[in-house]
Design a protein around this ligand. Sequence first.
Ligand SMILES: NC(=O)c1ccc[n+]([C@@H]2O[C@H](COP(=O)([O-])OP(=O)(O)OC[C@H]3O[C@@H](n4cnc5c(N)ncnc54)[C@H](OP(=O)(O)O)[C@@H]3O)[C@@H](O)[C@H]2O)c1
Length: 253
Amino acid sequence: VTGTARTCLVTGASRGIGEAVARTLSDAGHRVALTGRDEEALHKVAAGLPGPALTYAGDLTLGSTVDDLFTHVEAAWGPVEILVANAGIAHSAPLEKTSDEMWEEHLAVNLTAPFRCLRRALPGMRAAGFGRVVVTASVASKTGAPYVCAYTAAKHGVLGLVRSAAAELAGTGVTVNALCPGYVDTGITDAAAATVARATGSDEETARQRLAGLQPLRRLLRPEEVAAMVPPLLENESINGQGIVLDGGGVQS
Ligand SMILES: NC(=O)c1ccc[n+]([C@@H]2O[C@H](COP(=O)([O-])OP(=O)(O)OC[C@H]3O[C@@H](n4cnc5c(N)ncnc54)[C@H](OP(=O)(O)O)[C@@H]3O)[C@@H](O)[C@H]2O)c1
């Protein structure tokens, strides 16, 4: 895609990894549509991008949002060529305390929304004979950890979606891959540190250090380090159906 300005859609672009991905794509000369629920935050991110940007605020767990979002982007720029399904939530609780609501919310945001976005993006990508889909999954797509059963189930599920889609679309010009980071320095990790602090009676900074210390790199990843993996996936059609782990060497499958 070098040298060609593409129409990109990044979900969860209001902050964190999605914001960094939006900036990376914009720096590379692409048109970037940003979505999330916080309209003000989206405008702020869009205003800081060097290239064309548009925003659409909506809750991806609502069935109608995905279609409305794509219709909005298509009206402005035509079909989405690069989809980064990044929006996600991560709350922790012991299994017995994981409510139906918590379970369903994780599946809705982290699994069903990427499925609906991919399904909605595909006709345009197939017609063009070109498409790139990148899902922000997690090391939790590949391995289990305690107190995050809903998150882990949803993230394993979304990697299954990526693998099946890639097998189905092989040879069409459309690739589907996942990035699987360990802990990244974003709001999700701040919230995880707050939960650890409450559970262990420590302060939040100590809890953050503890989470960082669990990483093979002994530090949190920067959102930009995750975003930097998107351009290679756009360039190379031979990378398809992969869940690429970004954790410094811990999870190796
Ligand atoms: N941080 C980590 O350690 C880590 C590690 C591995 C994987 N990941 C994955 O990376 C992705 C991005 O997370 P992050 O760390 O950048 O977290 P973040 O800073 O909390 O960002 C999450 C993004 O998702 C959006 N979002 C959440 N619920 C939504 C909904 N119902 N509808 C629409 N948008 C929604 C949020 O926007 P609004 O709140 O404005 O809606 C926000 O833009 C997630 O899929 C996460 O699971 C993160």
